[in-house]
Design a protein around this ligand. Structure first.
Ligand code: PLP
Length: 357
């Protein structure tokens, strides 16, 4: 008996189309890094490609190679963390150039090869993580010959606070980006918004948006109703049921004490499967539409629910852990994290079922 993670590819492609409608005048990429936020980069990228998506972003070179193998030639696959010239070994991946030395290396290799090298120029406008910083941008402005040999497909920046619409850094980054693009890469298409950036208004439109989380159902507008469709369900089977007397304790640390004679269901999922230990004593599961409280600590492979009020719960009954009413964002709020972390933590031990797009 195994837990089942169901990924709704139809919801993901519907979310992509909804974001395309929202991003008037610009294209919308699919960010499929970290195995498409834990949901499976190959099936997700294939579904998005079928839906018409032509630009993909991954973080690592190896992720890009796998997505290229799945999609074949055609769509742009960009590697956010960059890679050394030639390291993609003919996979036709586009490096994101995150520093001046990186840019120079790719430009020099292209000049040696006598063939323009596709690349994306990343400008840091306030994230202070990757991308050419202010000093590097000034150096590039001074010597535009540095980028000779590069075929710049896009110039991009990344917003630090897009999920806080009132944060002053949003407008500041957009303004810095516009000025830097005009100075360093006039005429090169621009890429600005992530998921939440798409909801900041017209000033954040660009030639290519780069949403990830919203495709997978994470709310890009925290604190407001979620405009996206849920894409994930997780259900795990009851292994055993036991009757415990009032006063009995359950699990590590004896953290839960039965307040009355209770029936406890032991379910096959735990923190090794990405069901975070911080959910201990906080989350609920769902059995046949009825909520059941998680009791005691989440352990590595097992969790326990109080099913006293669900008489028909039996070994093999599936307990829904993620679904309507307990979305990744809901679990994140209970665990003190963000939905992104809930999704990317989803473990490797589930049977994965894909609902067709
Ligand atoms: C991860 C990432 C994205 C996607 O962000 P979401 O918030 O998931 O939409 C876009 N751009 C860059 C540079 C990223 O690292």
């Amino acid at each position: 008996m195994q837990a089942v993670l169901t990924v709704d590819l139809g919801a993901i492609t519907a979310n992509w189309r909804a974001l395309c409608d929202r991003h008037q005048g610009g294209a919308v990429a699919g960010v499929v890094k970290a195995d498409a936020y834990g949901l499976g980069a190959v099936p997700v990228a294939r579904a998005l490609r079928e839906a018409g998506c032509q630009h993909f972003f991954v973080a690592h070179l190896a992720e890009g190679v796998a997505v290229r193998e799945a999609l074949g030639p055609g769509p742009m696959i960009a590697v956010l963390n960059g890679f050394a010239p030639g390291a993609d070994e003919g996979a036709g991946l586009v490096p994101v150039l995150n520093s001046l030395p990186g840019l120079s290396a790719h430009a020099a290799a292209a000049r040696r090869a006598g063939r323009p090298a596709p690349a994306i120029l990343h400008l840091d406008t306030g994230m202070s993580r990757l991308g050419l910083d202010a000093r590097e941008q000034a150096a590039l402005a001074e010597d535009p010959g540095l980028r000779e040999g590069l075929d710049l497909r896009f110039v991009m920046t990344h917003l630090a606070c897009a999920d806080e619409p009132d944060h002053a850094l949003n407008a500041a980054q957009a303004a810095r980006f516009a000025a830097a693009c005009a100075r360093l890469a006039p005429g090169v298409p621009r890429s600005l918004a992530n998921s939440s950036g798409l909801f900041l208004g017209a000033g954040f439109a660009s030639d290519l948006a780069r949403p990830g989380a919203a495709l997978y159902g994470i709310n890009p507008t925290p604190g407001r109703p979620n405009p996206m469709r849920q894409a994930v369900r997780l259900a795990a089977p009851v292994l055993q049921l036991r009757e415990v007397p009032a006063g009995a304790t359950v699990g590590y640390g004896a953290a839960w004490t039965a307040p009355r004679p209770a029936r406890v269901a032991t379910v096959a999922a735990g923190y090794a499967d990405g069901y975070l230990r911080a959910l201990s004593g906080r989350a609920t599961g769902c059995v046949a539409g009825r909520p059941v409280p998680l009791v005691g600590r989440v352990s590595m492979d097992l969790i326990t629910f109080d099913v006293t009020d669900i008489p028909d719960c039996a070994p093999g009954t599936m307990v829904e852990l993620i679904g309507p009413g307990r979305t990744p964002d809901d679990l994140a709020a209970l665990a003190g994290t963000i939905g992104y972390e809930i999704l990317t933590a989803l473990g490797a031990r589930y049977r994965r079922a894909y609902l067709p797009a």
